[in-house]
Design a protein around this ligand. Sequence first.
Ligand SMILES: [Zn+2]
Length: 507
Amino acid sequence: MTTPDSPLIRLPKSNVKLLGTTRRLLIASGLCLAFASPILAAAEPVFRAGAATSVITPSISADLKVRTSRPPATHVHDELHARCLVLDDDQAKLALVVCDLRHISAEVAESAKQIIEMTTGIPPQCVLISATHTHTSGGVSLDEDKSLAYYDYRAFLARRIADGVLRAHNQLEPAQIAWGVAEEPTQVFNRRWFLKPGSPPVYGAHDNVEVVDTNPGYKGLMKPAGPVDPQITFLSVRSTSGKPISLMAAYGLHYVGGITPNTISADYFAMFADRVGELLGADRHQDPPFVGIMANGTSGDVNNLERYSDEELTKRGPQPKKKYQPFEKAREVANLCADKVMEAHKTLQWHDHVKLTSLQRTLTFERRYPTKEEVAWAESVKARRIKPMSTSRYSTYSTVLAYASPEMPPTLDVVVQTHRIGDLAVAAMPFEVFAEIGLELKQRSPIRPLMNISIANGSHGYLPTPAQHKLGGYETWIGVNKVQLNASVKMVDALVNMLGELHAKKP
Ligand SMILES: [Zn+2]
C-alpha cells in the first residue's frame, strides 16, 4: 500500500513551535518551499548551499556494547560525525545528512526532522538522514544505563543531527552545483557465492541446506550470486568565487574495516571525505570548512573482501599477499575512490541554478512470518538449551520465536524518498539494499544519473530480491530480513513511480 503525504503548500511560519497535526498540514509535496519574500520573488532566483558537521561520537563509557572490531570501546580513532549539506533554490530547500553510524533508526531520524523543521522550516520530506554503516561505531539503540540520567544517546543524536543541519542552513551562501559519476570496480565484491559441486553443505537459519554461502572461505568458489555496482555517484557545490563547499558521494560498499580492536572509527567513509577535500584544494583554514560526505549506496551483499572463483584464481596466478597495517586498507580504498571522483570532477558542467523537488511516500509491508519448520527448529533449539554464539545460526532461534508471536505487529511502515536536484536524482531507502536492486533502479530511473542511498530515514534490515530469498544465505534469514519476500519489488516500483513524477514536473 502506498500513501502519499498531504499535498499542501507550505505557508510562511511566524510561530516556529507548530507541531503535530498543524505541522502535517504545512507539509508540501514535491516542493519544499521556504519562505519566499514577494520582493525577491521577482528577482533572478539564487541557488545557495551550506555545509556543516556535527560530532556524534557516543560516550565510550556509557555502553560496553558500542560496536568495535572487539568490544568494549576504549579508543576513538576518529570522531563520528553527522555530515550535513543544505541546498536552497530560492523556493525549496533540501537537507542531506549522512551519519557515521551502523544504522539510523526511523525514530531518531523522525525526531531530528521535527527539530529541523522547527529550527529551519525545512519539512521532513525534504530532509534525508542516512547512516554510512561503518561497523566500528554505535548503532542508535545503545543499551543506556538508566541510572545515568545524563546519558540518552538517542536524544543526543537527534539534537546533534538537527544542529548540524541548522548550522549548514545558517551558512547558506550563493553557490554553483555540478554532479557526475565515477567508477571504482576493484573494491567491491559480492559476498554471496555459489560453491563448486561437491562442496560441503551450507547450513541455513534452521539447519536447512542453502544454495549460496555468505562470506565463504577463499577456495572452492564457483560464481558470485549477484552483481556489484561499481559507480560512485557524486554532487559537488562551490561558492561563486570557486571555494569548495561540499562534495557528497555514494558508493555501494558495505564498509572496509581493518581497524584496531576496541576502537571507534568512521571507517573509509570519513577518510574519503577528508581526502576529497584535500584533492579539491579545500583550504584547511577556510571559513566555513569544506564538508566531504560519503554515503552508502546499495551494498547489502557487497563487501571489500577479495573473493574470486577457483577458475579466476588459477588465471590470476599466485597473488602477493599484502599485510595491511590497521586503517591502511580503509585509507587505500578511500584514496582510490577520491582519485576516481577527482578524475570525473575535472569535466563537470557547473550550474548557477537548479531546481529542487522532493517526494516522500510511506510504504506498508507485511512483516516476515517464520515457517512451521523454522518454528519447530527454534523450539527444539530452545528445548536443547543450546547456548548459541552470536554469529552461529542457532543465534536466530529466539528471533524466530519472537517473529512467531502474535504480539509482533503484522505490518511495518517504511519511508522512502526521491529528490531531484536539477538533472540528478537521489533515491533514499531504509534498508541494507542488495546491489542488484540499486542497479535496477538506476536502469529504470527516468532521471539520470541516480544516486542511491541506503540505510536512509530508518533501518529495517537487509533487503534481498525474491530470487535471492530462494537462494538463502545470511541476509535472507528472518530477523535480519524483516519484511515480506517481495518487498524489494514493491519498493522499486514505488521509487520508479516517484522518479517518474519528479521527471514529469517542469525543471
Ligand atoms: Zn553490516
